[in-house]
Design a protein around this ligand. Sequence first.
Ligand code: GLU
Length: 554
Amino acid sequence: MDFNSLAELLFGDIKTTPEDIIAKYPKRNLNENAAVTRFAPSPTGYMHIGGLYATLISQKIAKQSGGLIYLRLEDTDKKREVAHGADEIINSLAGYGIIFDEGAAADGCDEIGNYGPYRQSNRREIYQTFAKELVRKGLAYPCFCTAEELDELRTKQEELKLDDKGYYGEYAKCRELTFAEIEENIKQGKEYVLRLRAQGEAGEKIFCNDIIRGRIEMPRNIMDVVLLKSDGIPTYHYAHAVDDFLMGTTHVIRGDEWISSFPIHQQLFEVSGFKMPKYAHIAPIMKLDDETKTKRKISKRKDPEASVSYYAKQGFPVKSVLEYLMTIANSAYEEWRMKSPDADMNDFNFSLKKMSISGALFDMDKLYSVSREVISKMSEEELFDLISKWAKDNDEKLFAYIDSNEQKFKDSIKLWKYNGKKVRKDVAKWSELIEMFPYLYSDEEIAEYDFDEKISKEDTKQFLTAYIDAYNHDTDNSQWFNDVKAIGEPLGFCPDIKAYKADPDSYKGSVADACTIIRVAVTGRRNTPDLFTIMQLIGKDETLSRLERAMELI
Ligand code: GLU
């Protein structure tokens, strides 16, 4: 067969050569060990937490080596594409501080970088140029098999119980078509795909030197896989080889669902004469299934927390999510964090070799505890800023509260942030604020009063009546406490805790019990941050009206 003529027959309109294209992608001016990594999503608009996780790692590997990360949009499957899907992915990652050094940009913005176009749909001519070259070398051929014919082939192979099922060897019907047959088919307007003419023998071994998993032995690819679909658009496999080669990717960091395709990729790089990048296949984030109690992948369908948008909606700060993802990404991270509690996350030296092979387990409780820690380190200004922004889009009630009196809201932050001089670690996400502190942020009336049954209803009422009568709002914390003591003492509440403990039977309770009565009446709860400050925050009228309402409902 004259492969040159075949190449012209199939790609007559392609005049560029691989050399022309390669010349447009010179080696970047980076130091020798600088890693060039990428994120290569399909623009489906859905940002999976695993995508953020992988991108974070790719960014880390690039940055710590003095390299760069770029965004390539794999938009060759138009069925999966969603309007503005790319924008959503770009914005969602930007929210997590992932700004690509090069790559596709949101709709209406120009791409950045000289190694594009970064949307695969704009690279058609590039793929075809390289495909034409493969045809010229006898390494690719057109296949006219219809879907029915391929089905038949599959059925036949199943009946024969073959280990290898697919389009290969003697089953590759179109592999040996003559030039005349191909020409005739094309003349008749038959659709065709372009297939690889697989090289090598069945049974040969190849190796993937995966950075995370080490050396993996695999069978050499024998399948005549599709390179270009009937519309001339490449498959993932072929686009991966062409793009990652041209764009100068040094490290392909991708999900481990691609490991099984590695032999195909190895062969595509080989037949194309492209140098292969390094590979790191990341295990997916796992979770313990609530029902079966077994480990499974976090799933878009079953788990709301699979979506990156979940965390924003819940009000987990970006820093918390990033910090948490680092703890599950690298076994050495937590230890490092313990030694350097205030260091910037970016100072951690990330090693792909320390990643789990079986998949990091996503543990919500751990995310909460990491987030409490992160939030406890935030300044009041940062808290004010983040919470206001979050509330604006996610919590009408809280936003109304903040909007009506910013200073009051700032003071309330102090209230739950500190316990005296100590920093509290109560809050893990902003949506907890109303739940945890309804007596501050919600105007709903208290539904249930959790008074201590140790004190009788009559005694509780009697104390509250006296307290309301004597209530002095314009005071300070220590005078306020003295007032409680003074009001409680004649009613049988011992002002001295030690004395009370020594002889509890002689009293109705202690000043602590008296405080609990006020606390429950004002907040509905027995445990709250500083009571005096709460009362100051909600104001005199509100305090008195709550005390009175509680009295009536006892
Ligand atoms: N578009 C592929 C995916 O979303 C990219 C895989 C890769 O990183 O090469 O899974």
